[in-house]
Design a protein around this ligand. Structure first.
Ligand code: PAF
Length: 279
């Protein structure tokens, strides 16, 4: 695996690859890789000749008081996993490379960036779209793969790519779950043994809510009951919303393509998950 930490060296390597007609796949990450990330690499590999992963803990997507400082940094272990998975290129820029002195620009997708996770995490999605746009400009991939666990992030990135006419095929990979249903996340590492036993309740409640929507029960009541179930399980719900899967607006009775989005606090972690379905 080739490793680059400067924009110039990565660009010049990728230019050579593109000149040979190679198709570039890209998986941006913040590191502390788990099976979920590796499934993104696998998907990118099946669609391209050269797979580029990036590891960059992006400061602009952390709100004040969040876990930027303690976000797990496990570069050596990540490199081993990427090599095992057959990743071809790793980009590990420094903060001053991605945000050089004097930079002034932020990329912001209006409306949907302020909903749900955006409402609780001020400026979070502007940080995400800014860094993903920069990374797309550096790598210029043919295809980029993102996990479906971050459903709102994916919707916002798709909107940015469409609005800014960025020539990349943005693909979603299915959420990678443990056998007990818990969606894999680097933030699960903050959970104690006891909390790890509680966390699978999130997916169980999502599955219950999906069945309840399909049984035509009142959506407002389902949202209310789901929050109560989260509390009962030992979680502190941030939000639980039944939405249209494309617009992310509250679902109406006529909508058929739905997603249920949830965020809940557990110990030191804020966990998110979702479930998509048709009715
Ligand atoms: O999903 C993530 O890990 C991050 O938000 C991303 C897309 C790598 C941008 O920093």
């Amino acid at each position: 695996m080739q490793i680059f930490d400067t924009i110039e060296s990565l660009r010049s390597y990728l230019l050579q690859q593109k000149q040979q007609g190679k198709r570039i796949g890209f998986v941006p990450t913040m590191g502390n890789l788990h099976q979920g990330h590796l499934s993104l690499i696998k998907q990118a590999k099946s669609q391209s000749d050269v797979v580029v992963a990036s590891i960059f803990v992006n400061p602009t997507q952390f709100s004040v008081g969040e876990d930027l400082e303690r976000y797990p940094r496990t570069l050596e272990q990540d490199q081993t996993l990427l090599i095992e998975q057959g990743c071809d290129v790793l980009f590990i820029p420094e903060v001053q490379t991605m945000y050089p002195k004097g930079e002034l620009t932020r990329v912001s997708v209006k409306k949907i960036s302020n909903l749900y996770c955006g409402a609780s995490r001020d400026g979070h999605f502007n940080g995400v779209t800014t860094i993903v746009c920069k990374l797309f400009n550096i790598v210029q991939p043919d295809v980029a793969v993102f996990g479906s666990k971050d459903f709102q992030q994916l919707a916002i990135i798709r909107q940015m790519v469409k609005d800014l006419m960025i020539p990349v095929d943005v693909q979603a990979a299915p959420t990678y779950r443990a056998d007990n249903g818990l969606a894999l996340s680097s933030r699960n590492g903050y959970l104690t043994e006891e909390e790890l036993a509680i966390a699978p309740a999130i997916y169980q409640i999502l599955t219950w809510a999906k069945a309840s929507v399909q049984n035509k029960q009142s959506q407002a009541q389902i949202e209310k009951d789901a929050q109560a179930k989260l509390v009962q399980a030992g979680l502190r719900p941030d939000y639980f919303h039944i939405c249209h899967a494309d617009t992310l607006q509250a679902a109406t009775d006529e909508d058929t393509h739905l997603v249920i989005l949830v965020a809940a606090y557990l110990g030191k972690a804020r966990l998110i998950d979702n479930i998509t379905f048709e009715i």
